[in-house]
Design a protein around this ligand. Structure first.
Ligand code: BTN
Length: 243
């Protein structure tokens, strides 16, 4: 099913995820997407802010209406990450996916995904997939400079935002369809092809404790499997803080 239409373009908003969720509550169809030139309160995972200056990057949120129960929804974020990686690769770069859903180039973050779901126990009402991609930003605030980069900085040329977004929506639509038709396995396999984490020793902070072990696998629900001696620990949420 097509994604990226209908498309609402905003000069500025607090967060495109909030705009998309409000639109979904008012009846937006599957695929409806909000893009903004700037966000004043862009949100990242784990309650963090997402730096969203005007005129440079992609800030995009898409409404999806998967006909599945909420417990089956996590691979949608993996599908979005694969779509992001493919859109970046199509520009001529070699992105790496970092669990759970960051895209990195040369070890620095270029894109992040914030998925938010509204559901009952039985059914998903809608999912908002928020995607931020650093496209043409040249300078980053001091606190981000060591960890973030943009496609333009890596490529040495500007990236066309509309063309990038169109390719991203096409890939997102394809991977979403593949997930709905074929389940999570093909999505997880594609995600793993873009990740270089596996086989390495990592420390993962899951919000309650830090788990150090060898990143062994990604399961169909998007959980990271960390091998700690005889134990295989499934980590559902958090972040890799060291590797
Ligand atoms: C992360 O890596 O922490 C996720 C970042 C997600 C940022 C995007 S930008 C578009 C959408 N609107 C938001 O407020 N957040 C997401």
């Amino acid at each position: 099913m097509p994604v990226g239409e209908p498309l609402r373009r905003l000069a500025s908003c607090a967060s495109t995820n909030d705009e998309a969720a409000a639109w979904a509550r008012a009846g937006a169809p599957h695929g409806a997407t909000v893009v903004a030139d700037a966000q004043t309160r862009g949100r990242g995972r784990l309650g963090r802010a997402w730096h969203s200056p005007p005129g440079a990057n992609l800030y995009s949120s898409t409404v999806l209406r998967p006909p599945i129960p909420p417990r089956r929804a996590p691979p949608i974020t993996l599908a979005a990450a694969v779509a992001v990686a493919e859109a970046i690769a199509a520009e001529g770069l070699a992105p790496e996916l970092k669990w759970p859903n960051d895209a990195l180039v040369d070890g620095r973050k270029v894109a992040g995904i914030l998925t938010e779901m509204t559901a009952t126990v039985e059914a998903v009402a809608f999912v908002v997939v928020g995607i931020g991609v650093n496209l043409n930003q040249r300078d980053f605030p001091d606190e981000l400079a060591a960890r973030a980069t943009s496609l333009a900085r890596e490529l040495g040329r500007a990236v066309d935002r509309d063309a990038f977004a169109a390719r991203l929506y096409a890939r997102l639509g394809e991977w979403y369809d593949r997930f709905i038709a074929g389940g999570p396995a093909p999505v997880a396999a594609a995600w793993k092809r873009h990740a270089r984490l596996f086989g390495r020793t990592v420390t993962v902070d899951n919000g309650r404790e830090r788990i150090t072990g060898v990143a062994e696998d990604l399961d169909h629900e998007g959980a990271l499997i960390v091998r700690r001696g005889a134990d295989a620990v499934r980590v559902f949420a958090g972040e890799v803080i060291d590797r």
